[in-house]
Design a protein around this ligand. Sequence first.
Ligand code: ADP
Ligand code: ASP
Ligand code: MG
Length: 411
Amino acid sequence: MRLIVQKYGGTSVGSPERIRNVARRLLETQREGCKVVAVISAMAGVTDDLIKLARETSPQPAERELDALLATGEQAAIALTAMAVNALGGKAVSLTGAEAGILTDRAHTRAKIANISPKQIHELLADDYIVVVAGFQGQNADGETTTLGRGGSDLTAIALAGALNADACQIFTDVDGVFTCDPRVVSDARKIDEVAYDELLEMAGAGSKVMQSRAVEFAKKFGIEFEVRSSLKPGAGTIAKEETANMEDVVIRGVSLDRNQAKLTVDDVRDEAGIAGRIFSAIAHGNIVVDMIVQSVSKHGTTDISFTIHENDLEAARALLDPIVTEVQAAGLLATKGVAKLSVVGIGMRSHSGVAARLFDCLGKAGINIQLISTSEIKIAVIIDGKDADRAAQLTHQEFGLTRFTSAPSR
Ligand code: ADP
Ligand code: ASP
Ligand code: MG
């Protein structure tokens, strides 16, 4: 008998009607002869509301308590989903992350899955239950509730599919699959039929929030193929898998946008050993994740060091860096909010030249200034003014022939 893991995101369980729709799908899958494990997210908006509530109650809530609070979102959704299956005449049981045997490390709010002991899931499946597991949560070795970072239900689904050796893992969401760009930004973006783990990983890391990047990382590490598809419409979605030979034929698979960035520049600092280490140690000390880093060419013994972070971390970064800037006798610290990162991603970049030139040319002709550039083997990313972000994504998407009405890149 086939075992299938189906994950439903927040919008897909956003109302009682949508939960009943999910219950119907789960039952259909079971009737087709499958054992079914469902991974469910909190109803749309619930996690955001809980975070807001926590911040209104306490300026700096303890992360342990934040996890205890956030986990309730998924717990409500699994109970409702199991009720809906039962109301349709099926048999379902809801399990919290802990009950499902999901053991994590101790890093509250961003825990990593350490181990899964799915004994109870197997027993329930053997008794023909649909097993409805809370996404985004687990428990640490002390029995405390932990959560897996925003979008973490994707990780629960992929990790469970791996632990249960499932025959298929389907990620149901509110779009038809992974698109060449966020369809909410570029209206003629196209659904991609197949995407390599590495491409999806770069896209997720570059702001395409359709899949949590840690979930894709996990899938890549353990070779877990999965499909991203719509919970609202029938039809095949996007298969994420190990790259195949013909995937390199496509130069650019997708364009990603990340708006919530801030840029910091340590201006006119001595170009000598140890300075960068001091700056970034201070940032690391504050647990702030740094994205792009660019150091300009040294002129007369000084240089500028620029880097980007999430804009929510800007004030904390400034507080950490102000004393360092004085200490290393830099001219100052420049901070810019409201910048965006635009990335083009594709494994075809490895074998096609001229992609950077084409991207820069396209933005240049539109009068969009590039502030920072970074590259990986399969990605080129630029920092631009946030107000240009949507226009830049649309133009880039068009430039690389990704729209629904063109088939292949024109060059
Ligand atoms: P869920 O609640 O199902 O986990 P998310 O909101 O986390 O769903 O992710 C789905 C959303 O991701 C879509 O509604 C879409 O706006 C956004 N998105 C961003 N980039 C892409 C992309 N390249 N392809 C598809 N969706 C994308
Ligand atoms: N509810 C969590 C979040 O909003 C986890 C998820 O939806 O995947 O981040
Ligand atoms: Mg999500």
